[in-house]
Design a protein around this ligand. Structure first.
Ligand code: AMP
Length: 584
């Protein structure tokens, strides 16, 4: 399929005028001060607290009876929670923490699916000025131990089932853990393992948020590095400015919007955009408990009349396998914007969406450490399929190259280097827990080094090339895995692709690809040769994979990123390292 260089956007294609209708002017006049002035701040000048901005500010005003969260259970039942009710429930949770003597700066962990208690826990913890840390509920005991140990968890909120399967046996190894609160237990199990509903019932629905300094730690998110144990990235209450600004300019929240973020609660996106950002804008946040199911997802989009949908490339690629054209089968007329994050979004996905859903997908880039979206495609700006888009207003992005231990800015367009951000945006992580050296290594002067390789074209669009450690050098050529994967994905037989470099005596490294196939295709020698020929034709022999293997399911993290590192370790018979985020 030939790719058009851009997807133009005229004002006639807008269903509603976007908040960021003029990217250049807004970027030029942008100031964080003006973002702050859109928020309320705690009464009597007592600082700024994320939960106050997300919940109480609306509950105390016009949106008190507006639905904040519409929860759809696995069985398909719905429960609406208004801003006023959310205020009461989060106050109750904060009072529970008070009663248990959990103090400011102490860590409250959660491990559960998308259920209402997750939202009460996250926001109630922030109200208490404790630190909220979500875990993937698919984690096994080892990664749980590592993270709760390192994060000095004082409380864990979870379900009885997860407690029995994963926590019961490791409790003794967690000396800092004072309480486990079970969302679904009617009675306390013992002095340490308590019924959350019983505690909530007794707790008052009034709570006065204590003074909160913008620099007070608020959130803790663990992220895996290419080496070593997981890192605990800490974010402060002032991050709310980024959550608000990106909600306004990227997700384009407007009055009355209905929003759906499909992210797992254990991933940073599940907090920044699954909880905080939509509530900051007073929109209705759809929370669907069930896991991925292509047809059910379209039913949700149709039934709930979703206006803005934030999802991830893995899910999109799975939707692309459907034999139907969703827009012909489902009424998607309420849908205004689709966004994607987490891994490269192949151009084909954008074009598929244009055809099958009636609108393109807007890719955006950020990472755990940045706390919020940093580079994005915007509703009002033309899309270059395959590009992550343009920097957010207030965010300065450059490409750096390393020259004898010094980093220098590259000013020639289309040159690959390290993606770096000018320090100082409000949601920048302030620490890796107990790893000062590892934290310091992320910075060079005023620049935060993201660990990603990218290039910028002459119009300022950023293009993802790969994680710096994934980059392949073959016969002197730098080959970005993403480029090769995108080419493979253009072949009709390929569902997903992952590309790594494997050592080669002559070439240094050669490019090896792993693919999984679409339904109705069978892996055989003919198809293997066809794919190699297909890539050679597209990419040239220097870049095309020399070897291609087929794997039914590529190893992925729970947030959907293909783990090239793991494929490489397996290929080379090396230790697999930290696989705690691997989707089983
Ligand atoms: P995490 O901290 O788990 O959210 O992972 C962040 C990493 O995911 C980034 O550093 C990138 O390597 C990758 N990533 C996130 N969004 C994108 C995107 N839109 N395109 C390409 N890679 C992405």
């Amino acid at each position: 399929m030939a790719l058009p260089p851009t997807l133009k956007k005229g004002t006639d294609s807008w269903k509603i005028k976007p908040n960021l209708y003029d990217y250049q002017t807004v970027s030029k006049n942008f100031s964080w001060k003006s973002v702050k002035s859109a928020l309320a701040g705690l009464p009597k000048g007592k600082g700024i607290n994320i939960a106050y901005e997300a919940v109480d500010r609306h509950a105390n005003a016009d949106l008190a009876h507006h639905t904040a969260i519409r929860w759809i259970s696995k069985k398909g039942e719905t429960q609406d929670i208004t801003y006023q009710e959310l205020k009461a429930q989060t106050n109750r949770f904060a009072n529970v923490l008070q009663q248990l003597k959990i103090k400011k700066g102490e860590a409250v962990f959660s491990m559960m699916g998308r259920i209402p208690e997750l939202y009460f826990t996250a926001l109630g913890t922030l109200k208490n000025t404790s630190i909220f840390c979500p875990l993937f509920s698919a984690f096994g005991p080892e990664p749980i131990l590592q993270r709760m140990g390192k994060g000095k968890a004082t409380v864990l909120v979870t379900t009885t089932k997860l407690y029995q399967r994963k926590i019961n046996n490791i409790l003794e190894q967690l000396p800092s853990l004072r309480y486990v609160l079970l969302t679904d237990a009617e009675k306390d199990l013992n002095e340490k393992v308590l019924s959350l509903s019983a505690l909530m019932e007794e707790a008052s629905h009034d709570f006065e948020i204590p003074p909160t300094d913008p620099n007070d730690p608020a959130l803790l998110h663990f992220t895996s590095g290419t080496t070593g144990m997981p890192k605990g990235a800490v974010h402060i209450h002032n991050a709310v400015l980024t959550h608000y600004m990106t909600g306004k300019y990227v997700l384009d929240f407007q009055e009355g919007d209905i929003f759906w973020c499909t992210a797992d609660p254990g991933w940073v996106t599940g907090t920044s955009y699954g909880i905080i950002s939509p509530l900051l804008h007073g929109v209705t946040n759809i929370v669907a408990e069930a896991e991925f199911d292509a047809i059910q997802w379209f039913e949700i989009l149709q039934r709930e009349k979703i206006n803005i949908w934030y999802t991830a490339p893995t899910a999109i690629r799975r939707l692309m396998r459907l034999e139907i054209k969703p827009k012909d089968v489902f009424d998607l007329s309420a849908l205004r914007l689709i966004h994607s994050v987490g891994e490269p979004l192949n151009p084909e996905a954008i074009l598929w969406a244009q055809d099958a859903l009636g609108m393109p997908i807007h890719d955006n880039w950020w990472q755990t450490e940045t706390g919020g979206i940093m580079i994005s495609n915007f509703p009002s700006v033309e899309i270059r399929p395959g590009s992550m888009g343009l920097p957010l207003p207030g965010i300065e992005v450059v490409i750096l190259k390393n020259n004898k231990e010094e980093w220098q800015e590259i000013d020639t367009p289309d040159t690959v280097g390290e993606l770096a951000l000018k320090v100082g945006w409000p949601s920048m992580f302030v620490a890796y827990l107990e790893e000062e050296e590892r934290y310091k290594k992320c910075f060079y002067g005023d620049w935060y080094l993201t660990g990603d390789l990218a290039k910028v074209d002459q119009d300022g669009y950023y293009w993802f090339v790969g994680r710096s450690k994934d980059i392949i050098k073959t016969s002197g050529h730098m080959v970005g895995p993403f480029e090769v994967e995108s080419a493979l994905m253009e072949h009709e037989a390929v569902a997903e692709a992952a590309v790594i470099g494997i050592p080669d005596e002559v070439a240094g490294e050669i490019v090896k690809a792993f693919v999984s196939l679409n339904k109705n295709y069978i892996w055989d020698e003919k198809l293997r040769l066809e794919l190699i020929g297909f890539c050679r034709k597209k990419l040239g022999a220097a870049v095309a994979p020399k070897v291609i293997d087929c794997i039914a399911n590529l190893p992925k993290t729970k947030s959907g990123k293909i783990m090239r590192r793991l494929l490489k370790a397996r290929e080379l018979g090396l230790p697999e390292g930290d696989t705690s985020t691997l989707e089983k």
